[in-house]
Design a protein around this ligand. Structure first.
Ligand code: G3I
Length: 386
């Protein structure tokens, strides 16, 4: 058998798998195998996705190379996003050196399994997440043009490498200070001559380098009390983009949501819904699309009892998705990880009782939780996107 024949056979197989996936919801219902979340989403013109990681084969990680985790991605996702591997810290070890080994492997795996992949992020505008070399970088006598070159080179290098393969980028991530609503300043923006011109430039450069891609501003302003200044700051930024004709297509609503206590979800939601809708109405009123880019539910303030806690996580998420899914501008929902085992919240927001945070649709043993059922139910209830 020639190599070409082998390739053709593989293509035929993959095409068959895609056809099977497309018909999955109907087949699944007929045979009572529960359909995957993305299959449910597809019926509504939506997509479900998740963050994932790179790791060596067999590592205990939220990676495509861990069969247990890969099975969750294949079951429920049509869209993936590298959790850390496309950040400057990972891809740009030095100003004049790039390393895409891990991203290449991740995108190769996504494509081989008929999944799209988003790009996160072309510029995380927060000093603490800059690569170390950039924090004290010497931009020299012509700082503005050196800063522009550094940023443009980054955006062009990424976008051109993945041209036609990555169709959506978080061009800028988290540039609004959550306490004041003001734009952050960094060594890069100061050298550039200001944060606003630098952000505008980032989007223009992304549009030029990836003309077909969806360009997203991504941030964590949320619907909980205490986020008003952050939301206002994001609104001002988005208004400015529109006024100046900056090519921004959508707002990435990260959606790291967090019930403030164990009051019934309906009560919390009732208090939070009005200002949140006002924010989303203003965003969509300016013509922006919406994406949920990093969904999870922090459970720090919820009880130890697992049954109770899982129920509250699911109910709170359900109340949130009722609001989010009511916006036809929202088509994509990505979890920030499919299972508790690898969640960033284990390290960033540990629980006082020492138990594992239960924040994702699957638990640490890869078993589905009520949160997954709730998302499935909300997808079934969602209006079809045209
Ligand atoms: O890989 C190194 C490892 O070699 C080293 O031994 C270890 C020691 O600390 O660190 C490991 O790197 C960590 C990396 O996650 C991979 O696990 C970094 O310290 C840690 O800072 C990093 O955290 C990530 C964080 O962004 C900062 O990049 C989280 O995994 C990731 O979930 C989080 O994601 C962010 C989004 O990008 C933006 N929105 C908020 C979201 C949650 O914070």
């Amino acid at each position: 058998m020639s190599l070409d024949t082998v390739r053709l056979d593989r293509r035929t197989l993959l095409a068959g798998a895609a056809t099977a996936a497309a018909t999955l919801p109907l087949v699944a219902r007929a045979t009572s195998v529960p359909p995957g979340l993305n299959a449910l989403a597809t019926e509504k013109g939506m997509r479900i996705g998740s963050a994932f990681a790179w790791s060596p084969p067999g590592a205990d990680a939220g990676s495509f190379a861990n069969p247990a985790y890969a099975a969750l991605l294949q079951r429920d996702c049509g869209l993936l996003v590298p959790e850390n591997q496309l950040k400057w810290q990972a891809t740009r070890p030095a100003p004049d050196r790039f390393d895409f080994t891990h991203v290449d492997a991740m995108l190769g795996w996504a494509e081989a399994h008929r999944m799209a992949m988003r790009g996160h992020t072309l510029l995380w505008h927060k000093t603490e997440y800059f690569p170390r070399w950039l924090v004290g970088y010497d931009f020299g006598a012509t700082a503005a043009s050196a800063a522009e070159r550094l940023l443009t080179t980054h955006i062009e290098t990424v976008c051109k490498r993945y041209a036609g393969r990555i169709h959506s980028y978080d061009v800028v991530n988290e540039t609004v200070d959550e306490k004041t609503g003001e734009l952050r300043e960094t060594s890069l923006s100061r050298a550039f001559g200001g944060t606003v011109p630098m952000l505008d430039h980032a989007f223009h450069a992304a549009r030029a380098a990836a003309p077909q891609a969806q360009l997203v501003y991504n941030d964590y302003m949320s619907w909980e009390p205490g986020n008003a200044a952050h939301r206002d700051g994001v609104l001002r930024l988005l208004e400015g983009f529109r006024k100046r004709g900056v090519p921004v297509d959508a707002l990435g609503v990260q959606s790291h949501i967090e019930p403030a206590g164990d009051a019934p979800a309906g009560l919390l939601a009732a208090r939070q819904e009005k200002p949140w809708r006002a924010f989303l109405d203003a965003v969509t009123g300016m013509g922006y699309d919406l994406l949920i880019t990093e969904f999870d539910v922090a459970d720090q303030h919820l009880p130890t009892d697992i049954t109770l806690r899982d129920r509250q996580v699911a109910d709170y998420a359900g109340a949130y998705l009722d609001v989010m899914f009511s916006y036809p501008q929202l088509r994509d929902l990505l979890f920030w990880g499919m299972c508790d085992r690898y969640s960033w919240l284990k390290g960033f927001k540990p629980r006082k009782d020492g138990s594992t945070p239960r924040v994702a649709p699957y638990d640490s043993g890869f078993r589905p939780k009520p949160l997954r059922d709730t998302v499935a139910a909300k997808l079934i209830g969602a209006a079809t996107r045209r």
